[in-house]
Design a protein around this ligand. Structure first.
Ligand SMILES: [Zn+2]
Length: 101
């Protein structure tokens, strides 16, 4: 099962993940579709550590900062989105939303 990107999230910032409890930061190779997901808060922590960003960093910029080659097609063209992991359904999303309230 594949991750499901949240519509339009690619135009948002890393910090937008707080509006979608339980979502992941998904990076996708624009050329072959290889993908890997991360915990958004850890990505933010890393950006802050390097003094290169934080919650307000656009996902577009996160994608541009990825310097390694795609392990599948060896090109470097990444997209970053917020995405739901397989198995996240409406009920699970509501449950997490309530936990954070
Ligand atoms: Zn690729």
């Amino acid at each position: 099962m594949k991750m499901r990107p949240i519509a339009l999230s690619g135009r948002g910032t890393v910090g937008d993940h707080r509006r979608y409890p339980g979502c992941r930061l998904l990076i996708t190779c624009a050329l072959c579709g290889w993908e890997k997901s991360y915990n958004p808060e850890r990505v933010i922590a890393r950006l802050r550590e390097l003094n290169t960003g934080g919650h307000g960093t656009p996902l577009e910029q996160v994608a541009r900062r990825i310097g390694w080659n795609c392990p599948a097609c060896h090109h470097v063209r990444w997209r970053a989105d917020l995405a739901w992991a397989p198995g996240m359904d409406v009920r699970e999303i509501k449950r997490l939303t309530n936990l954070h309230r």
